[in-house]
Design a protein around this ligand. Structure first.
Ligand code: ZN
Length: 76
């Protein structure tokens, strides 16, 4: 019976240390990824019509954002 208690203790300690490490690793990785990753869904205002659209969908020209190529043509 002492056998089983020792094995149980070892597994408990083993899992305790193994579980502890990945959690701290993933949380630190996630927090750094959030900080370093640019905000892709940031909203920017169209310089022509004033509509807010996502940075990914907008057109950047001369430091100004435009919601569509039509607004870009109007600005130029
Ligand atoms: Zn526009």
């Amino acid at each position: 019976m002492q056998y089983l208690v020792v094995i149980a203790l070892i597994t408990v300690v083993y899992f305790f240390f193994i579980k502890k490490r990945p959690i701290t690793n993933t949380t630190s990785k996630k927090s750094t990824q959030k900080k370093t990753k640019p905000q892709s869904n940031d909203m920017v205002e169209c310089s022509t019509c004033g509509i807010y659209c996502e940075v990914d969908d907008s057109i950047l020209s001369n430091g100004k954002y435009y919601c569509s190529s039509e607004c870009l043509d109007e600005a130029v």
